[in-house]
Design a protein around this ligand. Sequence first.
Ligand SMILES: [Zn+2]
Length: 65
Amino acid sequence: MDNSQWIICPVCGNKTRDRIKKDTVLKNYPLYCPKCKQETLIEAKNLHITVIKEPDALDAEPMNL
Ligand SMILES: [Zn+2]
């Protein structure tokens, strides 16, 4: 029994090439959609996908280690 499922692109609603399983946990995962060619940051837990909206400036170099 295969309990994995394809991740649906939150932008266009098409299937991506990524799959998650029931116990898959993703955090800050750059989901790439081959259909609309966009990358979306997502989180996934218990087959539930959450889109992360982050400010662009967040990728700037860190000030502390
Ligand atoms: Zn898409």
